[in-house]
Design a protein around this ligand. Structure first.
Ligand SMILES: NC(=O)c1ccc[n+]([C@@H]2O[C@H](COP(=O)([O-])OP(=O)(O)OC[C@H]3O[C@@H](n4cnc5c(N)ncnc54)[C@H](OP(=O)(O)O)[C@@H]3O)[C@@H](O)[C@H]2O)c1
Length: 261
């Protein structure tokens, strides 16, 4: 018998790896997946953020593994996947979310270090994680991989040259992985947020309003995205069986911002 529609959103037997799950979008994703019953492996670098996220999930009774790991280190990426498989015995989903940034820099002044940081932690880290998780998903005959691009890759935002290029490289890897691994029951899709302004201090609402008024003028939904309410549900869809016939795609989760780019 065909499963009930709501069963597609039940993650209670699933193990999902979320890199960079201790802040911002990643933290919103682990909160969402925790509510959906998933078992989680969560990475980040700063111990205090890992501890805070662990305390939060422990209080909810979530079975979760927290690992300090730099996504720019290929061996560390492989270790995250190996330790997750060892702990839970399976891996159903990977959300390759972690990405380091560099200060806003005009293209004429970009250095080799600027490029190395965003490419090592962006497309290269994403690739090492995808490679490491492949045999586990292949053995299960099912897997879901979600990568993180950015609307900036499409809009060519001044000052963000290497970052935008790195996020577009992730989208390209996503398409190739989708084509090569579809035969194993693995789907690979990319989510592109535009502005998820969780780093703006909430107490400074005046500055926030000013900064965002221009950005959102004439934009369809006219506001920044919320990690848990706006971005995580789309990631959840791509991890679920509701998206089993969707692969190699980019979903712009940007409040319609791309429509005016
Ligand atoms: N926020 C936006 O408006 C926006 C828009 C488009 C796309 N995105 C994409 O969405 C993803 C999340 O963005 P965000 O704004 O939520 O980022 P964020 O607030 O800076 O949080 C990044 C998370 O990743 C971890 N992290 C950063 N560098 C890492 C590394 N080298 N190795 C392991 N963990 C690392 C951070 O923890 P530690 O610092 O402790 O390592 C943190 O948990 C990124 O891929 C980003 O490019 C964001």
């Amino acid at each position: 018998m065909t499963a009930a529609p709501q069963d597609a959103w039940d993650f209670s037997d699933q193990v999902i790896v979320v890199t960079g799950g201790t802040r911002g979008i990643g933290l919103g994703i682990i909160r969402y997946l925790a509510r959906a019953g998933a078992k989680l492996a969560v990475t980040g670098r700063k111990p205090a953020r890992l501890e805070a996220a662990q305390e939060e999930l422990d209080a909810l009774g979530v079975d979760a593994l927290f690992l300090a790991s730099d996504v720019g280190d290929a061996e560390a990426c492989r270790d995250v996947i190996a330790r997750t498989a060892e702990r839970f015995g399976r891996i159903d989903g990977l959300v390759a979310n972690a990405q380091s940034l560099r200060p806003v820099t005009p293209l004429a002044e970009v250095t080799a270090k600027d490029v190395a940081v965003v490419f090592n932690t962006g497309p290269m880290g994403t690739l090492w994680l995808m490679q490491a998780v492949l045999p586990h998903m292949q053995a299960q005959g099912r897997g879901r991989i979600v990568t993180l691009g950015s609307a900036m890759g499409n809009t060519g935002a001044p000052g963000y040259g290497p970052y935008s290029a790195a996020k577009e490289a992730i989208r390209s890897l996503t398409r190739t992985a989708a084509r090569e691994w579809g035969k194993f029951g693995i789907t690979v899709n990319c989510v592109c947020p535009a502005s998820v302004a969780h780093r703006m201090p909430p107490e400074d609402e005046g500055a926030r309003a000013t900064a965002f008024a221009a950005m959102y003028a004439n934009q369809a939904l006219g506001r920044d995205g919320d990690p848990e309410e706006d971005i995580a549900p789309t990631v959840g869809f791509l991890l679920s069986d509701a998206s089993q016939y969707v692969t190699g795609q980019t979903l712009m989760v940007d409040g319609g911002g791309i429509l005016r780019a």
